[in-house]
Ligand binder design. Structure first.
Ligand code: HEC
Length: 199
């Protein structure tokens, strides 16, 4: 048999095999043919089970040194005034002020996480403050207006004085959105009398 005839008959065989495999009525309720069963049913180890196949005997592998979990960027600042000021110098707000969707999202997040103490307009008259929690200074005063975005990010992340940190409940992106929202409130607020700001 010549090579050409062999190729042709192989091709014909393939076509027939493919057509047949599509045409055959398959019963999807039954498992398919298992060609290599021990690959289909390999031994599975639970994450914290000992494992004879790894060098350290553990199933869960150690991440490579220096690995950072996705979305968990380190925040290299301490809860000190000095570090708050440093954050103000170093951190850059990635969101432009004219991003209306971000501003709307910031407003929604402010309502949930900040308004209870800081009040709907940021004046420091939230419901929690009215019920006995030491009221925060107004976010519309010159002190807060002059705070750099990165410094406010530091306050939201780690807290300040009686204000608890919000790193666990407000995502990084939402923190910047909230900051833009505060800026928009400050821009819309009437000028505050000088000398009333805290500190
Ligand atoms: C449990 C009440 C509470 C909540 C919730 C809260 N704050 Fe505060 N906040 C305070 C208090 C109290 C202060 C004053 C802290 C101090 O003693 O310096 C403060 C201070 C601040 C300051 C500094 C103002 C200045 O002029 O020094 C900023 C900025 C701020 N908060 C933003 C926020 C934002 C944004 C949120 C929401 C993510 C938020 N806060 C949620 C109570 C709260």
């Amino acid at each position: 048999m010549s090579v050409r005839t062999l190729n042709l008959s192989l091709a014909a065989f393939m076509v027939v095999a493919v057509v047949l495999s599509f045409a055959a009525a398959r019963d999807f309720s039954r498992p398919n043919l298992e060609i290599m069963p021990d690959m289909v049913h390999g031994p599975t180890y639970q994450a914290f089970e000992p494992n004879p196949s790894t060098a350290d005997g553990k199933t869960l592998r150690q991440p490579a040194p220096g690995t950072i979990a996705r979305g968990l960027l380190p925040f290299r600042y301490e809860l000190t005034e000095q570090d708050a000021l440093r954050a103000g110098e170093e951190l850059v707000n990635p969101l432009p002020m004219d991003d209306d969707a971000a501003l709307a999202r910031g407003g929604a997040a402010f309502t949930v996480f900040c308004q209870p103490c800081h009040g709907p307009s940021g004046a420091g008259d939230g419901m929690v403050s009215k019920r006995g929690f030491p009221p925060p200074p107004s976010l519309l005063l010159e002190h807060a207006v002059n705070m750099k975005d990165g410094q406010i990010f530091h306050v939201i992340t780690l807290g300040q004085g009686n204000m608890p940190g919000h790193a666990a409940q407000v995502s990084r992106e939402d923190r910047w959105e909230i900051i833009n929202y505060i800026r928009s409130m400050q821009a819309a607020a009437p000028a505050q009398p000088a000398g009333t700001e805290p500190k």
